[in-house]
Design a protein around this ligand. Structure first.
Ligand SMILES: Cc1cc2nc3c(=O)[nH]c(=O)nc-3n(C[C@H](O)[C@H](O)[C@H](O)COP(=O)(O)O)c2cc1C
Length: 308
């Protein structure tokens, strides 16, 4: 299986603008979808379930008839008290793509399939990939080494190869994909979609503060620190942002620092992946998608010329 039929509508490039806590909202989703890639956001970026429903209405009203599909991320874990209520809204509103994190649950998959939706689940290791495949998900998002947010530690080539050996659904590759050439490389490796987070922080429509967008532009791969100190689970953060908050990146504890709740922590210390190396400007999402498409075509042409 490659890309599910319901997600092919309006799709101009096999790219998903990944859901990002405190960063992706309706403006980013609408611009991404209208430009021909899949736009997504975490439902928890809205403070309440009713607010979440309002965002869905807002997005649907602003999508062009030929827009690509959109998706929503739900954290499937007992620590998310909003899960049931938000899922009910997703089912009622028939959200085309549901992205689940942490738990891959058969009931969620069945509920989404019930209205014709598609479920992609994100994993960072092969054990979780097998569990999610057994739960019947349509696609697996392979979060490889260097990704923004809660990144994995496995090399993308190894991860794609191993998961492909037992999973014939859609494979979505995540981690350090920031240019159209990277998208072409992901497809060449056997992925069906490229999943891009960090690149979309530095867009006009992202909800990140201007200083955060600029920090991503200025950061290279070595300006990213992988640590559990901010969130309890290892994640990638911009080193200058740790320093700006008085946290010494050279003496980080192996446990979570006392930074109040998760939202406060992520609002204070900014996350990005090593793919910041490929982010050199802040620009409107529509313009970024056009550039990605051009770079993708150029990379394919270059490859054709290199064939023996
Ligand atoms: C600031 C930030 C917030 C994120 N928040 C979430 C989230 O709420 N849910 C989720 O599933 N993934 C989240 N991620 C991970 C992304 O969805 C995606 O897997 C990752 O950004 C892809 O790697 P890249 O940043 O190298 O492109 C986040 C990533 C970043 C950078």
């Amino acid at each position: 299986m490659a890309i599910p039929a319901s997600l092919q509508k309006g799709l101009k490039l096999p790219v998903i603008a990944a859901p990002m806590f405190l960063v992706s909202g309706p403006d980013l989703v609408v611009e991404a979808c209208n430009a021909g890639i899949i736009g997504t956001f975490p439902s928890l970026n809205q403070r309440t379930t009713e607010g979440y429903r309002e965002w869905l209405h807002d997005i649907k009203a602003r999508l062009n008839p030929d827009a690509a599909a959109f998706g929503v991320n739900h954290i499937v874990h007992p620590t998310n008290p909003r899960l049931m209520a938000d899922m009910m809204v997703s089912v009622e509103e028939k959200v085309p793509l549901i992205i689940t994190s942490l738990g891959a649950v058969r009931d969620v998959v069945d509920a989404v399939h019930g209205y014709g939706g598609v479920v992609f689940h994100d994993i960072a290791n092969v054990r979780h990939a097998r569990k999610a495949a057994q739960a019947g998900v349509d696609g697996l998002i392979l979060v490889a080494n260097g990704a923004g947010g809660h990144a994995g530690v496995i090399n993308p080539f190894a991860l794609v190869e191993e998961v492909r050996s037992f999973f014939d659904g859609t494979i979505i590759l995540s981690g350090c994909l920031s240019t159209g050439g990277d998208v072409a490389a992901a497809i060449m490796m056997g992925a069906d979609f490229a999943y891009m987070g960090t690149r979309f922080i530095s867009t006009t429509e992202s909800m990140a503060q201007p200083e955060y967008k600029q920090m991503v532009v200025e950061a290279g791969a070595s300006d990213i620190t992988y640590t559990p100190a901010v969130s309890g689970i290892p994640a990638n953060f911009l080193t200058p942002s740790l320093v700006a908050n008085g946290i010494d990146p050279k003496s980080l504890p192996e446990h979570k620092l006392d930074m109040a709740d998760e939202a406060k922590a992520w609002k204070t210390v900014w996350s990005a992946g090593q793919g910041s190396a490929g982010v050199r400007d802040v620009l409107p999402t529509a313009q970024l998608v056009r550039r990605l498409a051009d770079e993708f075509t150029q990379a394919c042409d270059k490859f054709d010329k290199k064939r023996l």
